[in-house]
Ligand binder design. Sequence first.
Ligand SMILES: NC(=O)c1ccc[n+]([C@@H]2O[C@H](COP(=O)([O-])OP(=O)(O)OC[C@H]3O[C@@H](n4cnc5c(N)ncnc54)[C@H](OP(=O)(O)O)[C@@H]3O)[C@@H](O)[C@H]2O)c1
Length: 318
Amino acid sequence: MTTIAVTGAAGFCGSHIAATAAARGMDVLCVGRRPGPVGRHVRWDATAAPPDLTGADLVVHCAAAVGDPVPGSRAESAMHSVNVTGTARLLEAAAGRPVVYVSSASVYAPGSRRPLDEGHLVGGQRNAYGRTKAAGEALALAAGAVVVRPRAVYGPGDPHLVPRLLSRVRAGRLPLPGPDVLLSLTAVENLADACLSALGWPPGAYNVADPVPYRRDAAIRAVLRAHRVRARIVHLPLPLARAAAAAAETLAGSRRDADPWLTRYAVDQLARGVVLDVTKARRQGWTARRTLADYDPSATGRDTAPAGTLPGTRDRVS
Ligand SMILES: NC(=O)c1ccc[n+]([C@@H]2O[C@H](COP(=O)([O-])OP(=O)(O)OC[C@H]3O[C@@H](n4cnc5c(N)ncnc54)[C@H](OP(=O)(O)O)[C@@H]3O)[C@@H](O)[C@H]2O)c1
């Protein structure tokens, strides 16, 4: 039986990857500070030492410090030690085993209006998260790993994106920065499927997203409906949203280590129409099967269907 080590398997994406691997008949090592949903727990603090990967044939490196810390804060330096030094430790322990590194579309330089393929410039990231993910993936690429770049991952158990969005609803209104845009999202089930498929792909970077991009406002209305939240979307002028975010960052910076309630990065995530071109992953025979139409936040979560047999989703594949 193949044994796969999944780092960060207690987290949102990692738990889906670990559970999907187990459902496909793999033996799973959940490598991290807390146990994962399946398999055996191998304790690892990425800031301390390389993990013990004894017995693993394959590795998916999903552990990361995520968020948007105040520049100069302790959280920011912790992010570097998990996402960069921790990745170096993981790659050292992997010792030539096939590795998939879960990166992010946040590594791409901002500014393009065209769909981004993997040749788009990596650089000019707007925060420590983007910079440290880029530095981590550079180490992974140099070590011959496969790097997957999802964007805005959603699905059951998401502790980040959708909860943040829902917390912004006030008096039946949800303010969104700027006009409606087209953007890519990645269903967590698609990410899990891609990570396991990617273990057989040639080394390099691959975008991973749902089959087609979404109109932002329609996508958010679908999420609100799925959560039974009644709210009207109102468009906030972009300069106003950015100014509010800058003020929130300054306030948080003056109270060391407090998390800003809004950041310019978060505003850009919603306002910039970033579309990922997934042709390169498709050329490896990978097809994203889930879309937002399948989104069910009350689902217990993980795909337990083997690859290629997600019920009720095939007719929506583009
Ligand atoms: N969610 C998104 O929208 C999104 C988008 C693009 C890329 N990604 C990437 O997807 C991956 C997973 O993100 P996520 O959304 O699942 O975040 P998450 O739920 O916060 O999970 C992160 C995982 O990393 C682990 N981790 C953090 N610090 C660690 C340390 N010092 N030692 C060992 N493990 C540590 C966490 O462990 P604990 O459980 O012990 O805290 C957790 O299991 C990350 O690489 C992220 O960059 C996510």
